[in-house]
Design a protein around this ligand. Structure first.
Ligand code: HEC
Length: 159
């Protein structure tokens, strides 16, 4: 086995591993917090892309992801195991279908039994600008409409 061909690959793997530890992975999507950069690999709540817009709050098509495995997310009856635990993060990815990319991410994160809200807008250079809004704001005002499901509107396996 030619050792020389193995070495560069080892170095590449080592560099990638270190860059993850150092948070350099953020460079893939500059401006996003490390806690959500992997969201496309999370559990997706909806089956079909959501295009209906009952309240007019979030126009354009979207997908909703949560950072919980299904086993934690659901109770024995197949509904959400409520309340969502601290550390739960939901990301609603808004899609610009004309450009085939996510142009805004809406984020809810449970901290100290409260939801913190933020959104991230994609800039012309591909990076995201952050608007971190805290817990008490217009987002939460509307999300009180989903109080019965811990302020989360999207049902599991929404079609
Ligand atoms: C006028 C009502 C309204 C406002 C204001 C609002 N939302 Fe929502 N949000 C919704 C609805 C309805 C959904 C369900 C998906 C859909 O139909 O768009 C939703 C879905 C979400 C989701 C996915 C989890 C869920 O509840 O389904 C996130 C994350 C989210 N919103 C974040 C935000 C953030 C951040 C803001 C403020 C910048 C915000 N929302 C403002 C109505 C609202």
């Amino acid at each position: 086995m030619p050792l020389l061909r193995l070495v560069p690959r080892f170095i590449l793997v080592a560099v990638l591993a270190c860059s993850n530890v150092l948070g350099i992975a953020v460079a893939l999507a500059p401006g996003l917090p490390v806690s959500i950069t992997d969201y496309p690999k999370w559990t997706r709540l909806n089956i079909d892309r959501v295009t209906a817009n009952p309240t007019g709050a979030h126009p354009q098509s979207k997908d909703v992801y949560v950072n919980l495995d299904v086993a934690v997310l659901l109770d024995d009856g197949g509904g959400y195991a409520l309340p969502f635990p601290d550390g739960t993060v939901l990301v609603k990815e808004r899609n610009d279908v004309s450009r085939l990319l996510a142009d805004r991410l809406y984020v809810m994160e449970k901290q100290g039994a409260r939801w913190e809200y933020a959104f991230y807008d994609r800039q012309a250079d591909g990076s995201f600008s952050a608007s971190e809004l805290g817990a008490d704001n217009f987002c939460h005002g509307c999300h009180t409409g989903a109080r019965a499901t811990d302020f989360v509107f999207t049902p599991f396996e929404r079609r």
